[in-house]
Design a protein around this ligand. Sequence first.
Ligand code: HEC
Length: 196
Amino acid sequence: MCFKNIDTSHKLYSTLVPICWARIRLLLQQLTMMINRLLDGLLDRLINRLIKMQKKIKLIAVAVLSAVGLSTIFAQTDSYDPLLTVKEIMNGLITPTTTTIWGAYQLESDAQWQEVRNAALSVIAAGNLLQLGGSGEGESAMAAEADWRIYNQQMIDAARQVIAATNSKDEEALSAAGNDALYPPCESCHQQYQAR
Ligand code: HEC
C-alpha cells in the first residue's frame, strides 16, 4: 500500500508519505521492543542457570569439605590408640607420682607444694590414659568395663582432692586425700583386674 503503485504526481501524495513514515516508525519501535524482550528473556535464563550452577558448586564444596573433615577425624581416632601397656603406666607414671603424694610430710616451701601438685596432675593424666586401657592384649576391652571406669574415676577424683589440698596448703587435707581417697581405688582395681 505505502509507496506501492503510488503516483508521485497524485494529489494525495503529500498526505500519504507522512502516514507511511509514521507506520514505518511504529514497525521499527515494535521491532526494537521485540528484540529487547528477547534479550531480556535470554539474560534471565542465563542468570537463572548461573544461580543454579552456583548452588550446585556450593553443594559440591560442602560435600568435599565434610568428606575431608570426616577423614581427618577418622585419621585422628587411629592415632588415639594406646601407646603404653597398663603395667608401663603403673610403673612409669602412677608409682613415682603416688610416692611423691604419699611421702609428702612437713611441706614448707612453695616448691614442695608445687611438686605434690604436679604429681597429682600426672595421676590425672595417667587416669586419662587408663580410660583407653593400655596397648597390652585385651587391655582396651578391660577398660571398656563399667567397674574399670568407676575405679579409674575414683582415682582421678582423689587426685583432684590432692590438688585442692595443695591449693590451700592444708597438710591434714592432703593426707586425708592421699590415704582415704587415693589409695582405695588402687586396691579395688587390682583385686579385680591385676590377676587377669
Ligand atoms: C583402673 C584400674 C587400676 C587402677 C585405678 C590402678 N591400677 Fe595399678 N594396676 C592395674 C592393673 C590391671 C595392673 C596389672 C598390670 C599388668 O600386670 O599387666 C596394675 C599393676 C600395678 C602395679 C604393679 C606393676 C608391675 O610391675 O607388676 C603397681 C605398682 C600399681 N598397679 C600401682 C597402682 C597404684 C599405686 C594405684 C593407685 C594410685 C593404681 N595402681 C591404680 C590397674 C589399676
